[in-house]
Design a protein around this ligand. Sequence first.
Ligand code: DQA
Length: 146
Amino acid sequence: KTVFVLNGPNLNLLGTREPHIYGAHTLADVQQLCQSACERHGLALQFRQSNHEGQLVDWVHEAGRLHADGRLAGLVLNAGAYTHTSVALLDAVKGTGVPMVELHISNVHAREPFRHHSYLSAAARAVLCGFGVQGYVLAIDGLAQW
Ligand code: DQA
């Protein structure tokens, strides 16, 4: 089975972007962590990043087709700021029925009030935030048990 890890806007800047909040690891480092975690569980990995909402919607649909064929282990979705704005991503997850972990590197609840609401949580099987990039590994370890 395959794990989809989708990253939204500005996550390509990981490593240089507000390192006091997001840490020093780059997105390439995160991909490596996810690759190792998937290998431990005998799972394949699709790891992607886009700054474009519609691209992320298309990728959720792609994960949905794998899900329909029984070939998706789960989706780890760090939608970045779209978490707080995107009804389209909520509808994509709901419409495909993909088992999804909503993930945030930072503890969004300890930050600005506009980060406290997530459109995606209503469609998530699990929500993880505040573990830094290690959260991606925890999410894969968790969905591997589904
Ligand atoms: C984030 C938190 C969001 O509020 C923010 O817009 C991001 C990253 C996180 O991983 O902590 O881009 O999803």
